[in-house]
Design a protein around this ligand. Structure first.
Ligand code: NOJ
Length: 483
């Protein structure tokens, strides 16, 4: 293989998050410390304890670019979504949302991060669906009027799905997409701002470009790192415009804390650990820069720098991004440990890296290593940016429901360890409230505190898993539930 091409592959592999890493390492947590720990005690009444979902994954009844994608298959006949599953009904939250609110009340949560579906609210360009607005307002009012205490909505504007009218123009590659998104954000702020202060513009832009433009596993199914990097830059611009639109259009302080808006985005972060060796270190740095740092760096500096050496380097001034975070959202799930195999790739072809999976470590149903220490390490890594941090997602694919309680306890412990060292973590949101549509995994990844029998129960009853009690203990520690 051409060495330049090989180098490019190495670099791109690192950049898309499957290479090695260079964050500070820490020792393993002591299980006895976790067992003895009372999480979030003393975190204060303002601490955000909640759960998260996204519109497409739970609502059902949506029509957008993902709907089209999940009907398709790869050239070898494999469906785009495992088992050919569809989100056509999903958890049916569009109709069963009162059960969702009741479940959140039972948990003792004081925040619910959920999505509003762009394609539902703006089904054709410029049109605005009044009935959809009314339904979301009903949900928001119910959250604010919840049984024990108000549940603050954190409204998420973009979570991987696009209206068809925008997708056919090229999705985020269409030059007008950031402005269209900002117009949507402005209308959403007009429609819901009196009930919402917490706004999340984008969910995981790095995951979106990695899956949709590099791995080709999500719509639009592209495998072109250069295009992916350019879309990431476009998404950053969209965030900047949307943040300004939200601040301009939502002037109502819904919860009386003196602020009408608190804007951020949910950023997926991963630990990249090297299996060892100097080449690994180089790739690790690139992976970390691209995947973990490019987004917060752009907002901190007002300069977009996205580098995938030999594929693309983007250097653009974006002063409008500065000041657009009132908080940084962290979605943390796992780490990657990989070993480079340059010689093997040269001689036999294939990828210039291989995953180094330690089978003695615990893994989720989806094969992700359970590594709570990584959350602690990454919180320390992101603290110097200076933004308050909300863990906007943390969760585990666990069909049995047996693993989730200890998963929650170990990750809450990780957060408290970071807080004890001065990291300003102001919230923890568990992914997810209930089992839902896990993108290309269909219904194979079960993340819910409440489980749903999608195949056997037409009522889609939300049945509590053992982790409900674990979550309630956190709420009790914060004074959100009675002892
Ligand atoms: C993060 C994403 O935001 C969410 O959509 C997904 O279901 C979870 N990760 C679990 O993979």
């Amino acid at each position: 293989m051409n060495p330049v091409r090989l180098t490019a592959m190495v670099v791109v592999a690192g950049a898309i998050g499957i290479a090695l890493g260079c964050q500070r390492k820490t020792g393993a947590f002591d299980q006895q410390d976790i067992d003895r720990h009372h999480a979030f005690v003393g975190a204060g009444p303002g601490f955000l304890l909640g759960v998260a979902t996204s519109a497409y994954q739970v609502e059902g009844g949506n029509q957008n670019d993902w709907t089209d994608w999940e009907r398709g298959s790869y050239p070898d006949g494999q469906p785009h979504v495992a088992g050919g599953a569809s989100a056509s009904r999903a958890a049916d939250s569009w109709n069963l949302w009162r059960q969702d609110v009741a479940a959140i009340e039972d948990l003792g949560a004081n925040v619910y991060r959920f999505g509003i579906e762009w394609s539902r609210l703006e089904p054709t360009e410029g049109a605005w669906d009044a009935a959809a607005v009314a339904r979301y307002r009903e949900m928001l009012l119910a959250l604010r009027a919840a049984r024990r205490h108000p549940i603050a909505p954190m409204l998420n504007l973009y979570h991987f799905t696009l209206p068809r009218w925008l997708a056919v123009r090229g999705g985020w590659e269409w030059g007008g997409a950031p402005e269209a998104f900002a117009a949507f954000a402005a209308r959403a702020a007009d429609a819901f701002g009196d009930l919402v202060d917490l706004w999340c513009t984008l969910n995981e832009p790095n995951v979106y470009v990695t899956k949709g433009y590099m791995a080709g596993q999500w719509p639009p199914g592209i495998r072109d790192p250069g295009r992916g990097a350019r879309v990431l830059a476009r998404l950053l611009r969209a965030h900047g415009l949307a943040a300004a639109a939200i601040r301009a259009h939502d002037r109502v302080d819904a919860d009386g804390d003196g602020k009408a808006t608190r804007v951020g985005l949910a950023h997926n972060v991963r630990v990249f650990d090297p299996a060892g060796g100097p080449v690994d270190g180089v790739i690790a740095r690139i992976a970390d820069d691209f995947y973990n740092r490019a987004i917060p760096d752009a907002v901190a500096t007002g300069h977009i720098h996205i580098a995938l050496p030999t594929a693309v380097t983007i250097d653009e001034s974006a002063p409008e991004l500065r000041g657009t975070f009132d908080w940084l959202g962290i979605n943390y799930y796992t780490r990657d440990v990989l070993r480079s195999r340059l010689a093997g790739a040269l001689l036999h072809g294939g990828a210039p890296y291989e995953p180094v999976d330690d089978p003695t470590r615990p893994h989720t149903d989806m094969g992700w290593e359970i590594y709570p220490e990584g959350l602690y390490r990454l919180l320390l890594t992101f603290a110097p940016y200076g933004w308050p941090i909300i863990v906007t997602e943390s969760g585990v694919a666990d069909r049995t429901g047996i693993v989730r309680p200890s998963f929650i306890r170990s990750h809450a412990y990780a957060i408290d360890r970071a807080r004890a060292e001065g990291v300003p973590v102001i919230g923890y949101l568990h992914w997810s409230l209930m089992d839902n549509f896990e993108w290309s995994h269909g219904y194979e990844g079960r993340f819910g505190l409440y489980t749903i029998d999608f195949a056997g129960d037409p009522a889609l009853t939300r049945r509590p898993t053992p982790a409900v009690a674990t979550f309630q203990a956190l709420a009790t520690g914060l004074g959100l539930l009675p002892p």
